[in-house]
Every structure is written in C-alpha cells, then in structure tokens.
Design a protein. Structure first.
Length: 553
C-alpha cells in the first residue's frame, strides 16, 4: 500500500515520550515485568479498598497503603516506588528509581521523557502517567482470536495527579468512555480496521488482537506520539515487530476521516471528541480540548460521523462509536439521531443516559479542572447554559452507536433506537453481535418453518392477585446481555412454553389459533389471520431480542 501523506512516523515529539530508542523501551518493559507492575500486582500491593478508590481517581487511600508497605514490607519497596511515581504522582529520588528500575535507570527515564527534575528538590517527578492495563481470554467473543494481554499505557497526567487546568492538547488515559467502547465492540477477525481518534491507543491495542492491520488516526500529534510509544513498548504482547511497525499499524495525523479518504475498512471504532462545548467567535484549535471537543457547534461532530462513516466501510463492514446528542424541548431523544442515518445504512442506537444542561456543564468543567478559578468557572458554566438555551436543548443523551454497510446493494436495512439505562452485562459486544446475527437470520428465513428454543438465561415470572384464577402479569426476563424484560400476553406465554424445538413456529401458532378461536373461527370477535400474524410478529421480536433462539440444524 502506498504511503499516505498523513502518515505519522515521528519518534521524538515535543512533550511526549520518545519511541525512537528501542533499547530503552526493551529495558523499561523488562524492568516493569520483573516488578510485577501489572493490574493484579498493583491490586495486591494496595489492597482491595485502596485499589477501588484509585479507580475512582482518589489517591489518598493508595498513598496510605503504599506508606504501610514501605514501613512493613521492604521486599515490595521497588514496586511501591513505581506506583508512587506514576500512579500517585509523588516525586521520587533518583537513587530510588535506579534501584527499582535497574535496567533503564533514572537517566533512561529522563531520556524517554517519562520523568523530569523537580527544581531545587533533587527529586524526579512523573512527566506522564504510565500504568498497567490488561484483559483476559478473548474478551468474551469466540471468533475474536484475542488472547489475554498485559500492557503498560502512557498518557498525560490526569486532573487528580497535577495542579491547574489541563493543557488543551491533553492526551487522555484509560477512562470510563474508552473502556465502555472496548466492552461494546463486536470482536471478529477483520483484515483492516480503523481506530478514529486513537488518543493513547487503547482501542488499537484491542484491535491488534483480532485484526490484521489497524490504521489509527488523530488530530493531535502528541496523541499519536503517545500511541506510537505505547505500541512499541508493548510490541511483543501486541504481536508487532518494532522494526516493521507499518506491517500492522499505520498512524495518521489529520481530522476525522480526512486521513483515510478513499479507503475501506471491515471495522471502525471511535471514541470521538463528542463533548458538546460552547463555541466562541474567533476561537481556534488552541482554545479547544482536543481530546473531547470536536470544534463543531452542538452535537455536530457525532452527526457528521454517523453520516460519513458508512463511506469508509467495506461491504458488510461495521462501525461502533460513543456519542452525545442534544434533545430539544418537546421532542424524543431519537429525533435527531434518526435524521443522521443514511437510508442505505443499518443503524442501532442505545441511549444509556440523559442529563440536563446544568449537570452536563458541571461534569465537563470538572473533567478539565476548570473549577479552580471561581470567575472562570462562573463564566464557563454560564456559557454552557446559554449555548444550550440558544438551541432549545433540555437534555443531552449519551449512548452507543452501531452502524453497518449492507453486504450487497439493495439488501434490506434495519434501524433501531432504544433507551436502556439499567445495568447490563459486560462485555456487551458479544451480545450485540449475536443480536445482529438474529436480525439477519430473521430476514433470511421463514419464521413459520423455524423450530425455536427458549434461551438458557431466560426465566418467567407470573404475578396475580390473591385468589385470582389467572395471573394478571406474565414476564420474561433475561439474565445475560442487555437483560431485557418482556411483558407477555396469555397466548404469547403459551407459545413460549411450547418452544422445545419439536414443533415449528407455524405449528405452535396453528395449535393456539385452534385452541383460542375454537368454534369462533370465522365469526365476529376472532380474526384467525390477524391473530396468527400478530402472534408471529411478537414471536419475531422475542427471537430478535434473544428470548427465543433457532434450534440447531
């Protein structure tokens, strides 16, 4: 493949870790591995309560736990020093780091740009966050080809690790949104994948375990520098040859889909800069937080991507992303997203949360530590509210987006918009993939001829008043996946109870038609055709949602 003019290959970018010194990267990886600087190793060092607090960005319990280790367990002093340096942003003495990381030493960390001197203190402070990250097995998806991995991921120090407002080209670490997208992505073997807006590279790490080649793009040069560093630091775990990085990864510098124009991918994932931020006259990119602000007014960044992403998908290719959308007063949340979807695209939107303008402003002002200056906070908060008011916005939705280019021109498409705000199983990706397979199955098969089974995770509940002859409410509940609940009619409950694979759906429907219609068939009060059609429509919905599944063979 010819080299793209957007290709990013720099290994020494200002204010980012260096990735052009392979000997130092190899030495650092060996030191961290020897220390057991892994998610499990750090959890054992800190204990469950302090680890949980650290996951909420609360560092005091972890500091206290590390202090206890240093007093009571000299054998873990080296790991404690590394945790203090990178996770807790506590400066360390050069001699301490030399002892903890003898292969690379403090001088090597300085050369890579991972630490910097504290003026007048004789100590070294973290210049970046470097934390362990990993996953087990195949991420719950049998065809992903993804074994477990233990990695180390560098990013900028977060708000709880440093003073002041974050820099506008801040490179975000592993956060809730990025892990949500990881858990949501349907993992399948794909020749070419695109990570749009890669940040520190977390989506790329996962894609490399089930895709032959990954193109990772970002508008931030520093973000791509961090991604390159992270890939090369973890080259062995990611099955990347450091001397032939381009065989598996292409890093592209540019905005949105511009760096991949004219190319097609089997899978696109994106945690885009979807935060809705007030725009101001004369604003330029330097005024925006590049990791979260797309530079367009309102929810324009998500709208443009939903419309444009199918253009870079190969036939049958899919795209998955997270996003925010505005909900205007007096409208349903689906109204705007529905307008963004091209008519030739399969689409599935799941809204997971909706908040008001005030809560939204508070969340993102806190995210960038913009509350430390009282006047700035007041002005910025007011700007958020005025911006939403100008478009009559009463709510902001957050959720997951799945898009697909149909495998063949003219093939039927589907669109689904639903709100699921209760807890769901994670990772949810395998269940989303299975749901799409069931939708495709329904489109390709006659439901009348199908033999169906009740899914293993499904249970039935019946509720009735004391002394009542029949239940007033019959519910089907899923214990896995999206954990849906379905309210059943008496006839639909009867249909489900007969789904043991022996009779076809048409045969069961016919038996219920005869049982319930009886001598009334053809008379007023019972329309056999409407009964059968309505019942099978409800059955198709149960298959689509995974309550019923086709019997094997």
């Amino acid at each position: 493949m010819p080299k793209s003019p957007y290709e990013f290959t720099a290994g020494n970018t200002p204010d980012a870790p260096r990735s052009d010194l392979p000997e130092l990267l190899t030495a650092l990886a060996a030191d961290l591995r020897r220390l057991d600087y892994t998610p499990d190793g750090v959890a054992r060092l800190l204990g469950a309560a302090a680890s949980a607090a650290l996951n909420r960005d609360q560092i005091i319990p972890a500091l206290l736990a590390v202090d206890r280790v240093l007093r009571q367990d000299e054998g873990n002093a080296a790991l404690a020093a590394v945790v203090r340096l990178w996770l807790l942003a506590e400066p360390q003495a050069k001699e301490t780091l030399d002892a903890a990381l003898p292969g690379i030493g403090a001088d090597g960390l300085l050369t890579l740009g991972l630490v910097e001197p504290v003026p007048g203190a004789g100590l070294l402070a973290a210049k970046a966050d470097l934390r362990p990250y990993g996953w087990e097995g195949n991420e719950g998806q049998s065809d992903s080809g993804s074994g477990g991995a233990e990695l180390w991921v560098a990013s900028d120090l977060a708000a709880h690790q440093q003073a002041g407002v974050l820099r506008h080209d801040h490179v975000l670490g592993i956060g809730q949104a990025s892990t949500t997208l990881v858990q949501t992505t349907v993992r399948r073997h794909t020749e070419r994948a695109l990570d749009l807006g890669t940040g520190c590279g977390i989506q790329t790490f996962h894609l490399l375990h089930h895709c032959e080649h990954v193109t990772a793009t970002d508008i931030s040069e520093r973000a791509l520098a961090f991604t390159r560093f992270n890939i090369l630091l973890n080259a062995a775990a990611l099955s990347v040859d450091p001397s032939r990085l381009e065989d598996r990864v292409s890093l592209r510098l540019g905005s949105l889909l511009e760096p991949v124009a004219g190319e097609e991918f089997g899978l696109v994932v994106s945690n885009p800069p979807f935060v809705i931020t007030p725009r101001s006259a004369g604003e330029d990119a330097a005024d925006q937080f590049t990791y979260r602000d797309g530079g367009l007014p309102g929810d324009g960044i998500v709208a443009s991507l939903v419309a444009a992403l199918p253009g870079v998908l190969a036939p049958g290719g899919t795209a998955q992303m997270l996003g925010n959308w505005e909900v205007a007063a007096g409208t349903g949340w689906q109204e705007r997203p529905r307008m963004w979807v091209r008519p030739d695209t399969d689409a599935w939107f799941i809204q997971r949360e909706q908040v008001g303008p005030e809560q939204y402003a508070e969340t993102w002002l806190q995210d960038a530590s913009e509350g430390r200056d009282r006047q700035h906070y007041r002005d910025a908060y007011a700007a958020y509210l005025a911006d939403f008011e100008s478009r009559n916005v009463e709510g902001i939705g957050f959720g997951m987006v799945w898009l697909r280019r149909p495998p063949a021109p003219g093939q039927g498409t589907f669109s689904r918009f639903e709100e699921i705000t209760y807890p769901i199983e994670q990772p949810i990706g395998p269940h989303l993939g299975a749901a799409v397979e069931r939708i495709d199955w329904l489109a390709a098969h006659s439901l009348e001829d199908a033999h169906l089974l009740v899914a293993e995770d499904v249970t039935e509940e019946r509720h009735q008043r004391p002394g009542a002859e029949h239940p007033g409410v019959i519910l089907l509940r899923q214990g896995a996946g999206l954990r849906r609940t379905n309210l059943l009619s008496t006839e639909l409950a009867g249909f489900v109870s007969a789904c043991d694979g022996d009779l076809s759906a048409g045969q069961i429907a016919g038996a219920l038609e005869a049982l319930l219609g009886g001598g009334m068939v053809g008379e007023d009060g019972f329309d056999a055709g409407s009964f059968r059609g309505g019942l099978l429509t409800d059955v198709a919905n149960l298959v689509r949602d995974g309550f019923l599944i086709p019997a094997a063979g």
